[in-house]
Write a protein that binds this ligand. Structure first.
Ligand SMILES: [Zn+2]
Length: 313
């Protein structure tokens, strides 16, 4: 397996994992601040690969400048800047991307690509923050991505679609169908150019009938149906050999306030479903003791180890 390290001058060095010196093993790096950008800070050493080959990498495609009310329903006009997270899971059976953040085009012409929705959610994204280029920093080339899992198809989650020629793209069927014909209040959240692409290898899941879909059949990645924020939203329960369970709520809980039943999401198709989905995830968290990763909470996100500097194993 290829590993990216950084030498004393911050230069990127790609090595086989077997050639790494043992002094790097097991080091835990301090969490990086949420708004740090790779161009402004000297990269730190990556940790060595684990023998299981299962790793969870946390990335972001910059941030969105918005207002509190657009994230926490009816809760204020003040400015609120949120991270746009996405994830990679390295697994012996193949690399898996979850969501991929914003499309690369957003860094070039945000209003041209997203339209007037930038007035409510203004993306702050550098070109090099697209998911394809960031994956290369941890040794993953586009042809080596086997699955792309879509939590849902809102515009800050669709950056991976169509970028990986050998990937199967997995989404809830209801979400895919809704994305082509959303209600008036949700139209700005769907960018058809992201998901309406020819020749994609889609796999559609069936809501409660396929709930807890186990991607590799070994419990590493389970897909949990959590509608409410969107029609076919799903969350992910990741099981890592050393870290244990990690629950990626994605937008089933935008923020810890949403997780703690103190707020509803600013964008919602069913408040009742959204609340029930949080309740469902609470039970899973209680049963598993999972680390909770919410969808867009700046403070919660700042506590995690980020790629390409560090990862979870
Ligand atoms: Zn969303």
């Amino acid at each position: 397996m290829k590993i990216v390290e950084f030498d004393e001058n911050g230069q990127q060095v790609i090595r086989d994992s077997g050639s790494l010196s043992s002094k790097n093993s097991g080091s835990r790096l301090a969490p990086r601040p949420v708004f740090s950008r790779s161009a402004e800070s000297k990269p730190q050493r990556s940790r060595r690969s684990t023998s299981s080959g299962i790793e969870l990498h946390m990335f972001q495609t910059g941030t969105l400048k918005t207002k509190t009310k657009y994230i926490k329903m009816n809760q204020g006009e003040e400015d609120f800047e949120i991270p746009v997270p996405w994830f990679l899971i390295k697994h012996p059976k193949g690399n898996v991307v979850i969501d991929g953040g914003n499309a690369a085009e957003v860094a070039v012409d945000k209003r041209g690509y997203w339209g007037d929705v930038v007035d409510a959610y203004d993306p702050v994204m550098e070109s090099k923050e697209n998911c394809v280029d960031q994956l290369k920093l941890v040794g993953v080339e586009p042809h080596n991505v086997r699955f792309v899992l879509q939590s849902h198809l809102h515009l800050d989650h669709t950056g991976a679609i169509g970028r990986f020629p050998n990937a199967q793209y997995i989404v809830q069927r209801s979400e895919y169908e809704y994305a082509f014909n959303p209600h008036w209040f949700a139209t700005g959240a769907y960018i058809r150019a992201d998901f309406d692409r020819p020749g994609l290898n889609w796999k559609f899941l069936g809501g409660e009938f396929t709930d807890n879909y186990d991607l590799f059949g070994d419990g590493t990645i389970r897909m949990i149906f959590t509608p409410g924020h969107s029609v076919g939203h799903q969350s992910f329960l990741i099981n890592l050999p050393n870290t244990g369970k990690v629950l990626l709520t994605i937008d089933a809980a935008y923020t810890m306030d949403h997780w703690e039943n103190k707020a509803l999401p600013g964008l919602v198709v069913s408040s009742v479903d959204a609340v029930n989905s949080v309740k469902k995830l609470h039970q899973i968290a209680k049963d598993t003791g999972a680390l909770i990763v919410t969808g867009h909470d700046p403070e919660n996100w700042a506590t995690f180890r980020k790629s390409p500097y560090d990862f979870y194993d």
